[in-house]
Ligand binder design. Structure first.
Ligand SMILES: [Zn+2]
Length: 56
């Protein structure tokens, strides 16, 4: 892993610099990073996920 590189969370569909991938609110925790009092396992508590955009 290179310095400054962001490790992907389970909910991420790709690296932030990949074409067609954009940052979006985590649908599992709705951006709070918390699900039922626990850290969201989808976004790893960030409240954001990287999703493929542009349809397809
Ligand atoms: Zn989440």
């Amino acid at each position: 892993m290179q310095p400054g590189e962001t490790p992907l969370n389970p909910g991420d569909e790709g690296p932030p610099d990949a074409p067609g991938v954009g940052e979006d609110i985590c649908s599992a925790c709705r951006g709070t990073g918390i699900v039922e009092g626990q850290r969201c396992s989808v976004c790893n508590g960030t409240g954001k996920v990287l999703q493929g955009i542009g349809g397809g």
